[in-house]
Design a protein. Structure first.
Length: 193
């Protein structure tokens, strides 16, 4: 069972997908635009997320408010990465460089602070928020995600089973839980051998 990672527009989902795939991680970047033409949005999108999460290590998803609330309503845990307000200029410059739609850029330029403040105030019990404060910090270089990637790609099953504190205290509890699951699986597999 993989993790669901919601990422703010421009936080680096596409780049991280390519980077992590090159490290042997099973990653899916599930673009919400492919589902919006249906009257069933976001239900159809949530259904696809649930269908694919067991098949991948990481499923990157949209950060749209409707999607976040629908996931929470269904009791689905997810991690949400988003920038601090101070990074508005950096993100707008990146949107221009990546040739985002002009209306989208204008909307974000006019509403960035309000959007981030609203995210900060949201109280979703199944959402683990990660505010990226540092300039240049994106999904592909985020320590928590990189630690998770390290756990599922570098450590052998024996290393995972034998390591008690290999996730570090600063790592998100969801990632620690996944490592615990891996240890249990390895233990069960060793009994079969």
């Amino acid at each position: 069972m993989g993790i669901i990672v919601s990422g703010f527009d421009g936080i680096g989902k596409t780049y991280a997908t390519q980077l992590f795939r090159n490290k042997g991680v099973k990653v899916l970047d599930l673009v919400s635009e492919d589902f919006k033409s249906s009257e069933n949005f976001p239900e159809n999108y949530i259904s696809k997320i649930k269908e694919n999460t067991p098949k991948y290590d990481i499923v990157f998803i949209s950060s749209e408010e409707d999607v976040r609330w629908a996931l929470n309503a269904e009791g689905i845990d997810f991690d949400f990465f988003y920038p601090s307000i101070e990074r508005k200029k950096e993100f707008l410059e990146n949107y221009v460089i990546s040739k985002k739609n002009k209306e989208t850029i204008k909307y974000l330029d006019n509403n960035f602070k309000e959007i981030i403040n609203k995210i900060d105030e949201e109280e979703l019990t199944h959402c683990y928020k990660h505010k990226l404060n540092e300039k240049g910090e994106y999904l592909g270089n985020n320590n928590e995600l990189l630690e998770y990637i390290f756990q599922i790609t570098v450590n052998s099953p024996k290393d995972i089973k034998n390591s008690e504190n290999n996730t570090g205290s600063e790592i998100n509890p969801r990632f620690k839980h996944l490592v615990s699951q891996l240890k249990a699986i390895v233990s069960e597999l060793e009994k079969l051998v």
